[in-house]
Design a protein around this ligand. Sequence first.
Ligand code: VG1
Ligand code: CO
Length: 560
Amino acid sequence: MSLTVEIVATKPYEGQKPGTSGLRKKVKVFTQPNYTENFVQAILEANGAALVGSTLVVGGDGRFYCKEAAELIVRLSAANGVSKLLVGQNGILSTPAVSSLIRHNKALGGIVLTASHNPGGPENDFGIKFNCENGGPAPDAFTNHIYKITTEIKEYKLVRNLQIDISKVGVTSFDIAGKPFTVEVIDSVANYVRHMEEIFDFAKLKDFVSGKATGKPLKMRIDAMNGVTGSYVREIFLNRLGATESSVVHTTPLPDFGGLHPDPNLTYAKDLVDTVAQGDYDIGAAFDGDGDRNMIIGSKAFFVTPSDSLAVIAHYLEAIPYFQKNGVQGFARSMPTASAVDLVGRKLGKEVFEVPTGWKYFGNLMDAGRLCLCGEESFGTGSNHIREKDGIWAVLAWISVMQHTGKGIEDILKQHWSVYGRNYFTRYDYEECASDPCNEMVSTMETTITAPEFVGKSFSSGGKTYKVKEADNFSYTDPVDKSVATKQGLRIVFEDGSRIVVRLSGTGSSGATVRLYIDSYEKENVLGQASVMLKPLIDIALEISQLPKFTGRNAPTVIT
Ligand code: VG1
Ligand code: CO
C-alpha cells in the first residue's frame, strides 16, 4: 500500500535557535502543537537537495519524550524524501554512538534527541540536535540556517499513517507516494562496541580488569547515572572486559534518570565521589545523560580535572592501539580549558589548537587531518575516531593508561605534574540566574576589560599580585574554512599565564547560567589544593566582574 504525504500548515515559534549543542527546552515547550514538527522540518530542509534519497541516523538518550520524538521524525523524514533511517531500538543511542553510526554508514547526518546533562522527565528538559555527515554537531553556519527556516516556516510534511514499532530490531520498508522508504531499527550498542574493540586492546584490558595479568582485579565503580550509557557500560565492562556486576551502577536508562541530575561532576555525581572516597576502588567514573561526558576519579576519590585528563592521555597515546595505527596529529582544547595539553603538545612537537566552547569547532580540524585528540574542561574528552566527545572512550583510555603504566591514578597525575608543572583549574557555575542582569554583567565587564588602560593594570588579593597582559572577548577563525566565531567568552590573561574567563552558557533551557573559569599554572608548587591556590584569582574575578552584584548570588551552584 502506498502511503500519502500530507502538507500541514504551521506558524513559526520564536526562539528555536540552537545553542552550544542543539536546541534545548522544557518538555512542555517541545510538546506544544507543531513545535517539534517545525524544528525537525527545518533540520530536514536545511540539508537542501542532498536530503532526497539520503540515509539518516536517529536516536537519543532515552529521556522523557525521546520515543515519541523519534517516531515523529520517522514520519517527517518519510514525507521529506529521505530513503533510509537507522533508528536505535526504543529510540536509544548515545551521542558518541550516533556519531560513529553516521560515519560507518556514510549517512547524510543524524538527529540526536538529548538535552545531555540537563535533568529529564515531564517537568524537565528535552533537546534535538543535528549532526552532519562527518558525524559532528552541525557548525554555526548550518544551525543558523536551521534557525532561519524556523522563523519563516509555513508548513511541514508528514506521513501521518506510517506506523512503526521501534521497540523491535528489524527492517521495514514502505512505499511513500511511489518511492521506497526503509526504517532499520538497530541494536543500540552493537556498532559502538565493535568500534571500541577496534580502538583499544580488549584482550589486554580484560586481563588487566579481571586481574589475570596482575593478580588482583581492577576495582572499578562505573556510574551510568541512569542515562543512556547504562546499556553500553554493561556490554563493555561486564560482558567484554569481565568486570564484576558490582563494578557498575545505575545502568538502566530511565526517562527521568531516576531523578538523578546526569551531569558527571563533583556536585551531581556526589554518590560516586562519596563511595569511592571510602577507599575501596582504584577508579571511579560517571557519564552524562547522552554519554559524551566523563568524570574520572582515582582511589579515595582523587579528582582528575578534565584539563589534566586530556593532557595525560596525550602523554600516553602509545597506550592506545588506535593511535599507533592511525598516527598522532595535533591536539586541541576549548578556550576555557586549562592549557595542560599545550605543554604536552609542545614537548611532542605537535600543533595545539584553541577553539571556542562546543565540540562542533573540533570537526574541521579532524576532517583536515590536523587533530587527533581534544577536550573541554566540561568533562569532555575524545579523539578523531568520531566527531563527538566520548565518555566511555575516555574511561577505556584511562584504564589503558593504568594498564600501560602499572600505576594508580593519583601517581599518574603526580608524575605528570612533576614533568610538566600543574595547571590549577576551577569552574564556578551560577545556574538559572535572571537573564537581563547577566547580559548586563557581561557587557559591562567587556567594556571594562577592553578599555585600553586595562592592559598593564595590577590586581592584588591574598598576598598575590597579577598584572594584566591581555584581555578580550574571544574570537576564533577556523584555520580550515576561515569561518569566524565572535564573542566566545571574556578572557583576561595575566603576565604569568594565569587566566580568568567568563561566559554565559548556551545549553540551559531557561534563564542564564554564568560560568567563571580560573586557570593558573605552577611549575614547582604542584601539590597544593586547587581551592586554596586559586582563591586570590577567584576574588579578583568576582571583583572585576561584579558578579555578586549583578546575579545576586554569593556562592556558585556548582564548583568543579
Ligand atoms: C556546555 C559546556 C561545553 C559543552 C556543551 C555541550 O556548554 O560548557 O563545553 O561542549 O555544554 O556538552 P555551555 O554553553 O553550557 O557552557 V553536552 O554534553 O551538554 O552536549
Ligand atoms: Co552530553
